[in-house]
Design a protein around this ligand. Structure first.
Ligand SMILES: Nc1nc2c(ncn2[C@@H]2O[C@H](COP(=O)(O)OP(=O)(O)O)[C@@H](O)[C@H]2O)c(=O)[nH]1
Ligand SMILES: [Mg+2]
Length: 329
């Protein structure tokens, strides 16, 4: 029987695969357990998860707590964590400096950035956490970059349009990632097998102002156009920046929803951020487990509804910008 697991389950499962410590793993497994539908089809999965939690608890007891947090583990804040990866000199730091207010180093010489540097990119009503990263190439192998990518919600892969070999540089990075079971793809497939972690990725050609950039972009399109969404920008000429921000948001595959209390105005401040495909049920679970347990129905304003204030059930799939009024028993 198919398990029909909700997107929130897959998000938690991904968190489990990305976890670095037994504690983090247990936390993710607990969430997977909490959000999964409990029926015959998930009996085995429920038992598996319980067993794994028990095993990890044992493991955590044996391994003492004095673990050092590796430098590539950066606390997630905002709507999602998005490392910016690419070969030397592609303009990774320049992009981040332009779209965030961070003071990252941009330089004529390669390998300026040695440690991951987080910075927040505002996009409409949310903040996306970009991470500047060291350049990665055959001459300079940064072993922990796959670990940074593995934990990410999405990646931005920057190609240098002033470099005729840009596509080779990108192919190198993709290969090295895959060797560590991190697969960068435009859209993560729904059903997956194996140990690989798929990370949704946007390919960006920077330096569209450079001579010959058009040809390099065409090559990238031919080689990777089926695999990734591709956008072309110039930081030097501030060209394509708003399209870039929108493309980062799109590749993250998230839905922003607002909540409102019955009889009151909606709170249009900070939205709840959920994986695309999430339902009213998932939203309730994200807010509070009491609300989830007592959920009766919801009223909905927004593009996923047929009319304003439409009454919908738990399984209703939410759309970006929806306003939801949850009704409990
Ligand atoms: N022509 C041109 N040069 C750029 C552009 N963006 C960045 N650069 C230059 O490329 C060099 C490397 O930039 P940097 O951000 O340090 O690259 P990183 O190694 O990928 O972080 C610097 O000299 C930048 O001024 C652009 O859009 N056009
Ligand atoms: Mg840099």
């Amino acid at each position: 029987m198919p398990a029909n697991l909700p997107p929130v389950y897959h998000t938690a499962e991904k968190r489990y695969r990305q976890a670095n410590s037994p504690e983090e793993k247990i936390d993710a497994l607990r969430e997977m357990y909490a959000v999964m539908p409990k029926h015959k089809g998930t009996d085995k999965l429920q038992a598996d998860i319980k067993r794994k939690i028990a095993q990890l608890k044992e493991q955590a007891k044996k391994a003492p707590a004095a673990r050092q947090v590796p430098q590539w583990v950066i606390e997630k804040v905002g709507a999602g964590q998005v490392p910016v990866l690419g070969p030397p000199n592609a303009g990774k730091s320049a992009i981040i400096a332009k779209v965030t207010h961070a003071d990252v180093r941009v330089a004529e010489y390669p390998f300026t950035t040695q440690v991951p540097v987080p910075a927040m990119m505002p996009f409409e009503n949310i903040q996306i956490q970009l991470i500047d990263s060291p350049a990665w190439s055959e001459e300079f192998d940064v072993g922990w970059l796959p670990e940074l990518a593995r934990r990410a919600d999405a990646c931005v892969l920057v190609a240098d349009l002033s470099d005729e070999l840009a596509d080779e540089m990108i192919a190198f990075i993709l290969d090295r990632m895959e060797a560590r079971d991190v697969v960068l793809v435009g859209r993560v497939p729904d059903e997956r097998e194996g140990f690989e972690v798929c990370i949704p990725t946007l390919l960006v050609g920077n330096k569209s102002d450079a001579p010959g950039a058009e040809n390099v972009l065409r090559e990238l399109e031919a080689r990777f156009g089926d695999r990734f969404p591709l956008c072309s920008i110039s930081i030097a000429q501030e060209d394509g920046l708003s399209e870039f921000k929108r493309a980062v948001f799109d590749v993250m595959a998230i839905t922003r929803v607002f909540t409102k209390q019955p009889g009151k105005e909606a709170d249009l401040g900070e939205p709840f951020v959920l994986p695309s495909g999430s339902t009213v049920h998932d939203l309730a679970g994200k807010i509070h487990k009491e609300i989830l347990a007592n959920l009766k129905y919801a009223r909905l304003w927004g593009t996923s509804g047929r009319f304003k204030g439409q009454r919908v059930g738990e399984d209703h799939v939410l759309a970006d910008g929806d306003i939801v009024e949850l009704h409990t028993r």
